[in-house]
Design a protein around this ligand. Structure first.
Ligand code: PEP
Ligand code: MG
Length: 507
């Protein structure tokens, strides 16, 4: 057994079997022991991709899309399957490795082609590779003799976690930081996540992560695995977070799926201060309809049973891309370019506002005009839908431009400080580094103080939902500038409760 010291991003303990995920997929290099099973896996995965593509063809917007026909044709090519079968049988490759090798050969060939047409087929092949590997991975996880997987990857992308969310017990990455969206998801789901020096671990090796010791254990003994299993069971007591309402303080939750609502209820948090809705759109191959979205939002509202909930309209771009949308950077252009999706989302949120305690929040607002433009859109949809429920419409304060023009934002229901993006922009650092704040925290707090004073003056409700809200050593500074609403990942709620008690000098 080997112990390796690591940097902890999301706290907790985990035990399970190692699976290395490179380039976002599991392509295991070990020899397969059951070639028949691998051949079945590839067939099943290809069939599932074809079913998905055919479903996509039913959608009005994709009905005549040539690429879907091309993808289905390639997948049904018997030569492709034959070549994959050969590699599985002769070289004892796992299905993913065999498929990857065959398709990579064609990608390479096409990239050398002289015609633009053939070069463009490369994109089709890459897309097919992604789709099939995702399915293979999902099916591969199901065949593992454990539901506890420790993912080992170079860098954690949110899509990876979304893909294998039910099987992942812990994550070990070689690079990354606390405010990446992968980290945010781990914290929200209470999945231990650490950054380790590069390690070389065979798939299915026993692994343990223990954030209390800032360590991982490679090749852990069966006794150790058993010990951690027992420990985890004992620790599963979710005592509610203290109620701070008599101090006019609210502890809210940042969530990205309905699955996290159980924890919000168990901890008896005040409500949801930030629902990152883009995560419900991820890892799908088509947009969600208004009805499908309405089901999701209504379920959240019902389960929260009267607690407040703030839906942030989808915030895509940069590290959060959707395969079926044209996005590059975050910002409101994504709504202008994908108008139907935006309108459907607003309709769905409005339709689920049965207790009139929903808020709508726009991300990445740069100017008051942008905010007003989106809010007018909401009001227009509200009128058209004859929706008379009461709804607050607000924004995230997370761009330098908005901060520079703070005075313009007077007539607005609420603001939430998105310190992840704001800090990254203000101090020109990567999102992954924004929690190394020692050198700029005083300057940042003085800027946030101005926002707080501004909000007080114009009666704008203010909260903070960036990761800074969960940093114990910053709570006192935030409290001192009169920030009363803290929205944090569920896994940070307990630490926040402690530091708020310290601020309030209560036991
Ligand atoms: C932020 O930027 O602080 C924020 C809460 O939004 P996200 O982390 O989703 O970009
Ligand atoms: Mg942000």
């Amino acid at each position: 057994m080997q112990e390796v010291k690591v940097e902890v991003i999301s706290h907790g303990m985990a035990y399970g079997k190692a699976i290395s995920v490179m380039d976002n997929y599991v392509i295991s290099n070990s020899l397969c022991s059951n070639t028949m099973l691998e051949q079945q896996l590839i067939r099943k995965s290809i069939e599932e991709v074809i079913v998905d593509l055919k479903q996509l063809q039913q959608e009005e917007v994709f009905k005549d899309e040539e690429f879907i026909f091309v993808h289905i044709m390639i997948l049904q090519d018997p030569v492709l399957l034959q070549e994959v079968d050969n590699l599985i049988e002769k070289k004892r490759y796992h299905a993913a490795k065999a498929f990857d090798e065959v398709i990579s050969y064609y990608i390479e060939k096409f990239s050398q082609a002289s015609t633009v047409y053939l070069k463009e087929r490369n994109l089709d092949l890459k897309d097919i590779r992604n789709r099939v590997l995702k399915k293979l991975n999902r099916n591969f996880f199901k065949t593992l003799d454990t539901d506890k997987v420790i993912l080992i990857c170079d860098e954690l992308y949110p899509s990876l976690l979304m893909e294998y969310k039910d099987s992942v017990a812990g994550v070990i990455a070689f690079k990354g930081g606390s405010t990446s969206h992968g980290a945010i998801l781990c914290k929200a789901r209470e999945i231990p996540y650490v950054i380790s020096p590069v390690i070389d671990v065979e798939d299915e090796t026993n692994m343990v992560i223990d954030s209390r010791l800032n360590a991982i254990f490679i090749d852990a003994s069966e006794e150790m695995m058993h010990e951690y299993k027992t420990l985890k069971k004992q620790l599963k007591v979710d005592k509610p977070i203290d109620d701070f309402s008599k101090y006019k303080i609210k502890v809210l939750a940042n969530i990205s799926s309905n699955e996290e609502i159980d924890k919000v209820l168990k901890y008896n948090m005040y409500g949801v201060g930030l629902y990152r809705t883009e995560f419900i759109f991820m890892n799908l191959n088509r947009p969600l309809s208004m009805e499908e979205q309405c089901d999701i939002y209504s379920e959240a509202v019902l389960r929260l049973n009267g607690k407040t909930i703030c839906f942030r309209t989808f915030d895509v771009g940069d590290d959060k891309q959707l395969s079926y949308l044209h996005t590059s950077h975050k910002g409101i252009d994504n709504y202008k370019n994908n108008r139907e999706l935006f309108v459907n989302q607003i309709k769905a949120i409005l339709a689920s506002n049965r207790y009139s305690n929903i808020k709508i929040m726009f991300p990445m607002i740069e100017s008051y005009d942008e905010f007003r433009y989106l809010r007018d859109w909401v009001y227009k949809i509200k009128r058209e839908e004859r929706n008379y429920s009461y709804i607050k419409v607000g924004m995230m304060l997370e761009t330098k431009q908005a901060l520079d023009h703070l005075e313009d934002f007077k007539d607005i229901d609420f603001m939430s400080l998105g310190t992840n993006d704001l800090t990254s922009e203000l101090y020109n650092i990567k999102r992954s580094e924004v929690l190394n704040y020692q050198s700029f925290i005083d300057d940042l707090i003085s800027k946030l103080q101005k926002v707080s004073e501004h909000c007080r003056k114009y009666n704008i409700e203010l909260s903070i939902c960036g990761e800074l809200a969960g940093c114990s050593d910053v709570t006192k500074k935030l409290y001192d500038i009169n920030i009363k609403n803290y929205s944090v990942s569920v896994s940070n709620a307990r630490a926040l409760e402690h530091s708020l008690k310290e601020c309030l000098k209560i036991k």
